[in-house]
Design a protein around this ligand. Structure first.
Ligand code: SF4
Length: 144
């Protein structure tokens, strides 16, 4: 082998080796980064969410009837129908339909109330108002 041939072979070998090494650089970098990177720092613990408060107790609901105001005898509709809180106060000469024994509590339009206002109840003639169980008005209707 001549010197020229030896040099040519050596040059080819050098270029081949250099090219291989250059090609390996990115791979080594990737592997190196993956291996040498420090482990991630532990994350600080999240603060605990505030303890759940039990739902506040709902305020006691008054019964619908208890929440209603009492009908006033001076109410315009009450006066027009001759309503009175006490059927004993009915002026029979002014209220020809009235008969003894007719009371709100035995009227078909009366709704008894089980709240504290036991002597008062609802009436479909006076929505939103309480009428007295012992009262009466000209719209009295017998229960069937
Ligand atoms: Fe009383 Fe009946 Fe008159 Fe209502 S309609 S006020 S319950 S008598």
């Amino acid at each position: 082998m001549t010197d020229f041939q030896r040099n040519a072979t050596s040059r080819r070998q050098f270029l081949k080796t250099s090219g291989t090494m250059l090609a390996m650089i990115p791979v080594v970098n990737l592997l190196g980064c993956a291996d040498d990177s420090p482990p991630p720092a532990p994350q600080p613990a999240r603060p605990a969410p505030p303890a759940q408060q039990p739902p506040a107790a709902a305020p006691a609901q008054p019964s619908p009837a208890a929440a209603m105001p009492k009908l006033e005898e001076s109410d315009a509709t009450a006066r027009a129908l001759g309503y009175v809180h006490d059927a004993n106060d009915v002026d029979a000469s002014q209220q020809p339909r009235f008969q003894d024994g007719q009371l709100c509590e035995n009227c078909a339009l009366y709704t008894p109330d089980s709240s504290d206002e036991a002597d008062w109840g609802g009436c479909s003639i006076f929505p939103g108002k309480l009428v007295n169980a012992k009262g009466w008005c000209n719209a009295w209707v017998a229960k069937r």
